[in-house]
Design a protein around this ligand. Structure first.
Ligand code: ADP
Ligand code: MN
Length: 521
């Protein structure tokens, strides 16, 4: 009878040791208004149940996750993630269901065996989860794809019959009609499986055909509706319910004070600004302002990034076993590890605060909610431009030598000009080690971007891309033109690959490039 499983909500026992912090709205706006959009989804019991199941399944698949924390702020899985408000909502639902059950009992008692009965339906609290009932009734006036119209009345002329005497067949003839019905199934939506009835000379009775037609219509609408829902959840609200739940938990735990808004919506990530809160762990300070990078769980954009991670030996063993959603988490994880390496080398970059699934919280580069401008957006004096260039050159060298990394997406788009004096590097989820099968090509591309930007910006001292490549890598490739240079790079990569194939493990084939630094991985 009960449309929603009664046992779905977590037992109240789990609600006991919840956080003592007051619930806060993660969007930083007035409690009621902003939360109403997300709460409807976030607090749905169905969703919570699914999330719970998934969390269990995924924590089983990621047993090593607790050990990945390496920075001073990374707390792995240890923040309290229970939410008082959510549990309260769940308890309320539980209560409402009991209330309804009682109502039903009373209704039954009241009506007894009486032929005229009174319904208490309007007083019920719980309504079926995402009921499709209204859509299941097919509106027969709707003739968008009316199969009847497509059918030209060629087999039966206007008069309603063909043939003569006892050979006469009317339009009501069972065989003709059945065949016609079978043929009309062709008009159903293409994804609707109708089998090979036509080839079999199947004859569908009107009754069966009408039932099928009705079903086909409602399926079509249902999928259109589901599709629309999905679109809305990704495009309009920027983050899906799961992500909202994660963010909500961060605010509710007190770790973040408020999430003020979105700084950037890229193809692969959405970045939010937040004011930092507190942890109850000593010697851990949350930066006063944070950037939250949410790696998009819509998968399409990540397809072309396969090559970065697939060939990265640090992730090689895990790649093949993972589903796309887990791969996206690996991007976030990769960004965390790379930022930590950079931090340790003293390169100006965001400091990792915490990683939760596909959500990375880091320190905010900027002030009062205004992110530091990208190099591409600032107009620098020629003196500052020159200073910036030398900083970038130095950072590229540090990145290569001390962090054993190649940025792989370095350009004026991913360098921020902070406090009017320092270049900060961001966006390192795709960074790889130089021994990555395409690592040197990525480095060469980075060098091209950097040297073009600064040469165009009037820095006469700026090395050209080949000189810069050698200055960063110490590889001393002598080719004096782009094509030959590229060829030598690829030859080096191939040499390294062959070496790996032969020896089964990654050993740097490059002179002057010692063992990769140990970074807790
Ligand atoms: P994407 O992969 O979408 O390019 P980025 O890491 O480059 O992701 O972030 C997108 C934008 O968000 C950046 O260009 C920058 O403006 C802003 N941003 C990202 N991280 C921070 C941060 N830690 N502090 C300030 N702004 C940031
Ligand atoms: Mn970027």
């Amino acid at each position: 009878m009960d449309p929603v499983g009664v046992a779905a909500a977590p037992a109240p026992a789990e609600a006991g040791p919840g956080p003592a912090w007051p619930s806060k709205c993660p969007w930083g706006a007035a409690k009621g208004a902003a939360m109403s959009c997300s709460l409807a989804d976030v607090m749905s019991e169905q969703l919570a149940k699914e999330l719970q199941l998934e969390e269990e399944e995924e924590s089983a698949a990621f047993p090593e996750r607790a050990a990945v924390a390496e920075g001073p702020f990374v707390t792995g899985e240890n923040i309290d993630t229970s939410s008082d408000l959510m549990l309260a909502q769940m308890l309320q639902m539980e209560f409402d269901r009991e209330y309804d059950a009682q109502l039903r009992r009373e209704e039954k008692k009241f009506n007894g065996d009486s032929k005229v009965s009174i319904s208490f339906e309007n007083y019920r609290k719980v309504h079926p989860f995402d009921s499709d009932s209204s859509e299941d009734e097919v509106d027969w006036q709707d003739t968008r794809h009316d199969p009847y119209r497509a059918d030209k009345p060629t087999t039966t002329p206007k008069k309603g019959f063909i043939g003569k005497g006892k050979d006469i067949t009317t339009k009501h003839d069972e065989v003709v009609c059945g065949r016609k019905n079978t043929a009309r199934m062709e008009n159903f939506a293409p994804e609707f499986q109708v089998g090979d009835g036509i080839g079999m000379d199947l004859k569908l009775s009107n009754q069966v055909f009408n039932a099928l037609k009705q079903h086909a219509y409602s399926e079509e609408r249902r999928s259109a509706r589901l599709h629309e829902k999905k679109e809305h959840s990704t495009a309009e609200k920027a983050v899906d319910p799961k992500t909202r739940l994660l963010l909500y938990k961060m605010v509710n735990s007190g770790m973040l004070e408020t999430i003020t808004g979105c700084i950037s919506t890229g193809k692969e990530s959405v970045v939010f600004h937040a004011y930092g809160g507190n942890t109850n762990e000593e010697d851990k300070v949350i930066p006063p302002e944070c950037a939250i990078k949410v790696f998009k769980t819509t998968l399409n954009e990540f397809k072309n990034r396969d090559k970065y991670i697939k060939d990265d030996y640090r992730f090689k063993d895990r790649f093949s076993k993972l589903n796309p959603r887990k791969i996206i988490r690996m991007w976030a994880e990769k960004e965390m590890h790379n930022l930590t390496r950079m931090q340790n080398a003293g390169i100006p970059c965001p400091q990792v605060v915490i990683l939760k699934k596909h959500v990375l919280v880091m320190s905010f580069i900027g002030q009062d909610q205004a992110p530091a401008p990208k190099l591409k957006d600032v107009k620098l004096s020629s003196e500052d431009m020159k200073k910036a260039y030398y900083q970038v050159l130095h950072m590229m060298q540090q990145l290569y030598k001390e962090c054993n990394l190649v940025h792989a997406d370095l350009s004026e788009y991913n360098m921020l000009w902070h406090e009017g004096k320092v270049v900060w590097l961001i966006d390192v989820s795709q960074s790889v080690e130089p021994t990555h099968p395409h690592g040197l090509e990525f480095l060469f591309r980075d060098c091209r971007n950097v040297s073009q930007f600064f040469q165009k910006g009037g820095v006469t001292e700026a090395l050209n891309e080949r000189e810069l490549f050698n200055a960063v890598s110490n590889l001393n490739i002598t080719a004096d033109n782009e094509v030959d240079f590229q060829a030598e790079i690829e030859a080096l990569e191939k040499m390294n690959e062959d070496h790996v194939q032969k020896h089964g493990k990654k050993v740097s084939a490059f002179p002057g490039d010692g063992d990769p630094p140990v970074c807790g991985e």
